[in-house]
Design a protein around this ligand. Sequence first.
Ligand SMILES: NC(=O)c1ccc[n+]([C@@H]2O[C@H](COP(=O)([O-])OP(=O)(O)OC[C@H]3O[C@@H](n4cnc5c(N)ncnc54)[C@H](O)[C@@H]3O)[C@@H](O)[C@H]2O)c1
Length: 421
Amino acid sequence: MTPTLNRRSFLGNTTLLGAGLAASSVFAVNLPAITKKVKVGLIGCGGRGNGALADFIAACKILGIEVEVTATADAFKDKAEAAGKKYAVAAERCFGGFDSYQKVIATDCDYVLMATPPAFRPVQFAAAVEAGKHCFIEKPIAVDPAGARSVIATGEKAKAKGLAVVAGTQRRHMASYLSNKALIDAGAIGPIKGGVVQWNGTVPWTKRRNEGESDASYLARNWLNFTEMSGDHIVEQHVHNLDVAIWFLGRLPVTAIGFGGRARRQTGNMFDFFSVDYDFGDDVHIHSQCRQITGTYGRVGELFTGTEGVCYGGGKLKGKEISVPEIKLDSDNGMIQEHVDLIRGVMTGKPLNDAKSIAESTLVAIMGRISAYTGEIVRWGDLAENEKSPFYNQVCAPAAIDFEKGDVKAPEEVPPVPGKA
Ligand SMILES: NC(=O)c1ccc[n+]([C@@H]2O[C@H](COP(=O)([O-])OP(=O)(O)OC[C@H]3O[C@@H](n4cnc5c(N)ncnc54)[C@H](O)[C@@H]3O)[C@@H](O)[C@H]2O)c1
């Protein structure tokens, strides 16, 4: 019997995807027998790239299909080789350089995993879709409004071609978050009236410039500390929590008014902290707070207050007694489950397409950053629709194309000054 959303619960190895993805999709585990093997290529062989490839392979194991890694790419050839070596990828298929993504895409892979710094995602994603590949795109997917809008357009192209696009927003693939989203949609806490989303932690890492190192190499290595490469940490890291707010509320903010500053960061040009008031309309405000200062109080999570209860992201929910179907996923690990959902969607002829939702979440994070950097109020329309807005055409430089042309000048390592930026 096929389980439906209306049943009290269902057991067995089934997947229910969240409302933000495809609320009506409940897939049986048994896949069409035609898919026995998939081929995958990796672009960006750092921590997450290696992790994403391992997760993709774990997903294939869950689905009972073979996997072949066709090629790897990284700005630095030795990193591509180290990643490829783990999966017996021939050395000549481990590519180095800023155009190496093109060489991976040119192989006969069905899937491409992209885990380079966010500044490169729009160009690499467009090339992968052009070549007809199913895509896993790590979050965030851009650093500036034009980049994020281009990802929405590329996502539409992918849809037209029947290609799958899954973003690295693992919370959308976790039973805890999916259950709470279903409960909220069923009215368990009443309409959401406000909330707070936080990523308060440490500086993940910094890298110093080596003697004689080129600007391109330095930026590619120390990307996490430059706005032009990462989007700043409100975009690079806190996008996860903003994504949950947008998903749970089911709508986008109208305005952002934020501030931030820098006291401790040692390299690059980013802020240490941001505090942004997002107005979602109807008198609903979400406070977004993110800080990267080592040695300070840390909290990562989300809280939503409704008229009849509260919900802590994927954690505790206090509200009305409401039953929703039990959600049983293939993996307790959202980072593996997202690959299961990617592959299963393709195999069952229902490819997922996250391009728009992750591009919107990225744009919302960019709204907050621009507001904090400039001291101005930033409207959603300023980034998404109003071509006359000074923010609409803001671009970060150097851009991906400059790296390919070998024309890279590193930005000054000073943060923006609100009121002057
Ligand atoms: N979903 C999550 O929870 C999660 C966790 C960590 C990182 N991420 C995201 O994954 C991405 C990568 O992060 P990371 O932690 O692996 O960083 P990393 O620095 O460990 O890896 C990035 C790799 O990309 C390479 N690179 C840089 N520019 C390149 C280019 N133009 N072409 C090819 N390779 C290039 C670097 O040499 C490096 O090996 C980022 O977007 C980050 O936000 C997501």
